[in-house]
Design a protein around this ligand. Structure first.
Ligand code: F6P
Length: 547
């Protein structure tokens, strides 16, 4: 069995097309088409995508859409919205769209209307948030809760952290939020150092409730809480859980009435709008949380109902394929020019890379093309003073996604203009560069002309919205979720499983036993692993502090 993507006539048409337009410079493309910016701008749900600085023509867009049709994108989109088990290796639906579907909608999975289930949990979350935010939910000693510590990892952490940071301006400033993910005890220790246990609530977030990091942090947090408050019974007032496995939560000691559920059709990296987002809801309140859900839903509807060539997630997904497979660009830099989005690239890393970091098709055939690119990034303008050098003058093509807003959330209007001026200018510099004649015209000495030249022709998207709000954040998240799915459909991979994380977990279990055995057992790994285990044990057990 071999993958058919690269044998498809539509793929081969794109290959031929690339040999024609590949050498074209964005300078030429813009110079020969004064209407180019308008031609390659799409809008939906208050988000504007300018993709005119991509190395494409209208033919490229048409051919990419034809490829999407040939890869059955419309059929698979419909299957996703219907709740079909499109996560084929796990026989599950990927129904994150149900998490933000309005209460009256019906999506039936295994005979149940899951939208009703979603709203039942949402209402319980809201009731809990109202109690806590009003001070009526008190800790074991009767004090109101002021600190919320969310414990989780991967999708049970990155989405909530991102959303908390993104919506800080809308958050209750008298509540303190901390997020603990790493199994490194430092993470929990530093999070708890200055907290009063009597005023602290822990949210243990784990879909499976088996994740080693989360469970060991939750146990340590419970020990800390019981030690500080003196009674095991305190756990009931200071711990709530979010999980699909209520049995395991109960075994941990958290009562069902303090447990908020999710379902197997919610993937971890697609779960920040489920109960996994309880910390977000506590921070911004029920109305703003519903606004975020409404923004996501608006993008879902746009994605579901809009022709491919005007469809933002489809266009972004197809452009990612174009850059990855035709321009051979192995990474995507995500550059929010909005400090509140500082954790957005990290969140996107899991979303994109756990989804599309796959080497076999849904049928198990080894792909003969590159799949998911590496997502990374930092907020602007910070990146300009570190890694943008490579994006401008390095030997690799690094497509960039710039993200900016018309209005600042804080009063420094001049600084905001400066921020956005930089964002727009970066895209311009990347696209158009500066040729040798222009550099010379500046009076640059001949010896420096080559050094000061910018080849340009480096592709970017620019996403603009009016203001960072819960609603617009929702649109942005759903945009990326769906664009990642679109890429996966073209590559014919399962974007909703993550088998690649399993081997490391398994080996860590064996290694942990070898590290913690009283006497070193006989080691049967390769020589490197054996030596590292021995060296670690020696270092750990050496008497006295080491220099
Ligand atoms: O190991 C990877 C992973 O399964 C992610 O996909 C997931 O988001 C994360 O671990 C956390 O899983 P859980 O919510 O079950 O603790």
């Amino acid at each position: 069995m071999s993958p058919e993507l690269t044998r498809r006539p539509e793929w081969q048409a794109l290959r031929r097309h690339f040999t024609q337009i590949g050498p074209l410079h964005l300078r030429t493309l813009f110079a020969t088409d004064p209407a180019r910016a308008g031609r390659f701008t799409a809008e939906a749900a208050g988000l504007c995508l300018d993709y005119s600085r991509q190395r494409i023509t209208t033919d490229t867009r048409r051919l990419l859409c034809e490829l999407a049709e040939a890869c059955a994108l419309p059929r698979l989109m419909a299957a996703m919205f219907r709740g079909d088990p499109i996560n084929t290796t796990e026989h599950r639906a990927a129904l994150h769209v149900a998490l933000r579907a309005p209460a009256g909608e019906r999506i039936v999975v295994d005979g149940r209307n899951v939208v009703a289930d979603v709203h039942a949990v949402l209402e319980r979350m809201e009731a809990f948030a109202n109690q806590l935010r009003s001070g009526n939910w008190t800790g074991y000693t009767g004090k109101p809760i002021r600190n919320i510590v969310s414990i989780g990892i991967g999708g049970s952490d990155l989405g909530p952290v991102m959303a908390y940071e993104a919506l800080r301006a809308y958050s209750r400033h008298d509540l303190r939020f901390r997020f603990v993910s790493n199994v490194d005890g430092t993470d929990l220790t530093e999070a708890l150092r200055d907290l009063d246990a009597a005023e602290t609530l822990f949210i243990v977030c784990s879909k499976t409730f088996t994740t080693q990091e989360t469970i060991s942090n939750a146990r340590a947090a419970r020990d800390w809480c019981v030690a500080a408050l003196g009674f095991e019974a305190a756990v009931a007032r200071h711990f709530v859980a979010v999980s699909a496995d209520t049995g395991r939560v109960a075994a941990f000691g958290i009562a069902p009435e303090h447990t908020f559920g999710l379902w197997d059709w919610v993937g971890g990296r697609y779960s920040m709008d489920s109960a996994i987002g309880l910390s977000t809801l506590l921070a911004i309140g029920p109305a703003a949380f519903r606004d975020m859900l409404a923004g996501m839903h608006a993008m879902d509807v746009h994605f579901r109902d809009t022709p491919l060539d005007h469809n933002l997630p489809v266009l972004m997904g197809l452009l990612a394929v174009w850059n990855n497979n035709f321009l051979d660009a192995a990474t995507v830099a995500v550059l929010p020019y909005e400090q509140y989005l500082k954790r957005f690239p990290a969140y996107l890393q899991q979303l994109a890379m756990e989804s599309n970091g796959k080497h076999v098709t849904v049928d198990g055939a080894r792909v003969d093309y590159a799949t998911g690119p590496i997502y990374w990034g930092e907020p602007g303008t910070n990146g300009q003073h570190s890694f943008h050098q490579l994006i401008h003058q390095g030997t690799r093509i690094v497509p960039c996604d710039f993200i900016g807003f018309g209005q600042p959330l804080n009063p420094q209007a001049v600084q905001h203009d400066l921020l956005i001026a930089n964002m727009i200018a970066q895209g311009e510099a990347l696209a158009f560069g500066r040729n040798a004649d222009e550099v010379r015209a500046d009076g640059t000495p001949e010896a420096l002309v080559a050094h000061r030249g910018f080849e340009g022709n480096r592709p970017s998207n620019t996403l603009l919205a009016a203001r960072l709000t819960p609603w617009s954040l929702g649109t942005l998240i759903a945009l990326y979720e769906h664009s990642v799915f679109v890429q996966g459909v073209i590559w014919n991979i399962d974007s909703f499983d993550q088998w690649g994380v399993e081997l490391g977990k398994q080996l860590a279990g064996t290694t942990f036993a070898e590290l913690t055995a009283d006497t070193l057992p006989e080691l049967a790994h390769d020589s490197s692993t054996n030596a590292l285990i021995r060296r670690y044990r020696q270092l750990r057990d050496a008497p006295g502090p080491q220099r």
